[in-house]
Design a protein around this ligand. Sequence first.
Ligand SMILES: Cc1cc2nc3c(=O)[nH]c(=O)nc-3n(C[C@H](O)[C@H](O)[C@H](O)COP(=O)(O)OP(=O)(O)OC[C@H]3O[C@@H](n4cnc5c(N)ncnc54)[C@H](O)[C@@H]3O)c2cc1C
Length: 277
Amino acid sequence: MLKFNEPMSKHCSLRSGGTTSEFFQPTDIHKLSDFLKNNKKPVLMVGLGSNLLVRDRGFNGVSIQTKNLKDLSISKDLIESGAGTSLAKLSRFALAQLKYGAEFLSAIPGSVGGALAMNAGAFGSEIWQYVVSVKTMNLSGELQNRHPQDYEISYRSTLHRFKDEFFVSATFDFNLEEQNDHVGELLQKRNSTQPIGLPSCGSVFKNPKNHFAAELIEVSGLKGFCIGGACVSKKHANYIINQDNASAMDIENLIAHIQETIKKKHNIELETEIIIV
Ligand SMILES: Cc1cc2nc3c(=O)[nH]c(=O)nc-3n(C[C@H](O)[C@H](O)[C@H](O)COP(=O)(O)OP(=O)(O)OC[C@H]3O[C@@H](n4cnc5c(N)ncnc54)[C@H](O)[C@@H]3O)c2cc1C
């Protein structure tokens, strides 16, 4: 389904941002491939928008949302998942098959594709630790098989040589001998320390070496500080909340203010984790 001038605030968990000139939700990878073969516009891949902000002036291209690419299957002890499957669903599916290791994913509100692009992680685990292979598609709509060694994977970052490829599915090996974490406990822990349920994108900044971004922001007195409708969460200082119809500009200005303050007070450069388009 192709839409025009779609507000990206509807598809990003910050509930803010401009429009995309075209918005496409393929129902399967064949439709996606056919679409790409005829597309000449710049492409923005969108999973569940839980780490994404489109600037107020919008994206002049096609945003492709993978939400419907959500096949899940198990074969020879390996789980294959479409890029659009939510991490919570993948985690539940793995547990139901008595496959252990995916529990930490239940605490991250993204899709498999977004998590691969970000090397998402929580509670000491990261998604790429469990990847056997991925299927990618290039901008000409052609499929490829890739492996972890094809990527440079580090803290919240996945770099690859194949710049015009994106993830359409992944095969995981969740075969720990026992559950790594108890899902209920993880969710309880997350809910008690993070402002869950309010519009945010999770942690805005990466933790600098030997520091926690949240701690630096908190000791700088920025908890609760607002610019326009965007505020630093009072519960978790590395979260920005869209408290009152924040524009993307409000959010970016608040990000810049935090970065300047931390640089001035601690001489540390905070790098953003959120992707701003
Ligand atoms: C309340 C909250 C808590 C969070 N907690 C955590 C946490 O504990 N740990 C953590 O790591 N993250 C956390 N996040 C951030 C976010 O959930 C993760 O980064 C997640 O992996 C993003 O997935 P997504 O599908 O929402 O990606 P999106 O936000 O849609 O996209 C993120 C990036 O991935 C790219 N992308 C999306 N799909 C694809 C694809 N198929 N192929 C290639 N590139 C793609 C996009 O272009 C963009 O650059 C949190 C967010 C929120 C709102």
